[in-house]
Design a protein around this ligand. Structure first.
Ligand code: C5P
Length: 223
């Protein structure tokens, strides 16, 4: 049985994919079941935190006691996070944000009888980097899914996005985390250290992550 070691702390997080409309019936998105993010939200609530989960569309129930904010496009997710970040102690960005949105999204269903549509893409805002620029005392955690060079890319993101920590996982091959109940991750910290975890259920990864955050915040407070 774990203690309520997150009591009094506010956790703001994201999970799931973002969904970028092409027209009212079509969209561009990313692979993301939401399982990892929802597991973290559940674990944080269980350990006493006040949890707000900004979530893209997924097929999972909102964990008990967690406040949910439902969004679709990345631009909505950015707004939801920016307006809530000041009250947060810990921010964890698990969501698989689409890198592009459709600039010429149609208000009406695009008809195939009109020939091939041209879909113009525009870069989405980097939500995590925006939060990194604006953060004060918040402990900011990102996720990185890569198919190769996990360590180099993760360390680069910590620096570029001004993070305290990143959870990296390799998403190629038979052990891919997508849709799976298991995950094999490495924790990377802003001081350059790293910690590779065994393959374990996402619930257990969630608790290990919260353990790591609690311990880092504690040592930060105590110099
Ligand atoms: O740069 P990359 O997409 O690999 O970074 C992954 C991390 O950045 C994740 O934590 C993801 O939620 C976040 N991210 C974001 N906004 C974007 C792209 C990624 O917040 N537009």
């Amino acid at each position: 049985l774990r203690t309520k070691d997150l009591k009094g702390l506010r956790v703001l997080m994201t999970a799931g994919p973002t969904m970028e409309a092409i027209d009212p019936v079509r969209y561009i998105s990313n692979h993301s079941s939401g399982k990892m993010g929802y597991a973290i939200a559940r674990a944080a609530e269980y350990r006493g935190a006040e949890v707000c989960l900004v979530t893209g569309p997924v097929n999972l129930p909102i964990p008990h006691g967690v406040e949910a904010v439902h969004v679709q496009a990345a631009r909505e997710m950015l707004h939801a996070m920016e307006s809530r970040m000041d009250g947060a102690d810990i921010i964890i960005k698990v969501a698989a944000v689409a890198d592009f949105y459709v600039k010429n999204a149609s208000d009406h269903k695009i008809k195939k009888t009109y020939g091939l549509p041209v879909i113009e893409l525009e870069k989405n805002p980097d939500i995590l980097a925006t939060l990194g620029q604006r953060k004060n005392q918040q402990f900011l955690v990102g996720f990185a899914a890569e198919t190769r060079d996990l360590s180099a890319y993760s360390k680069d993101k910590i620096a570029k996005k001004n993070l305290d920590m990143i959870v990296g996982n390799l998403v190629s091959g038979p052990d891919s985390a997508f849709g799976s109940d298991q995950n094999t991750v490495t924790f990377f910290y802003s001081d350059g250290s790293e910690e590779a975890l065994e393959s374990m259920p996402k619930e257990k990864v969630a608790d290990k992550l919260l353990d790591a955050i609690v311990s880092r915040m504690h040592s930060r407070r105590n110099g």
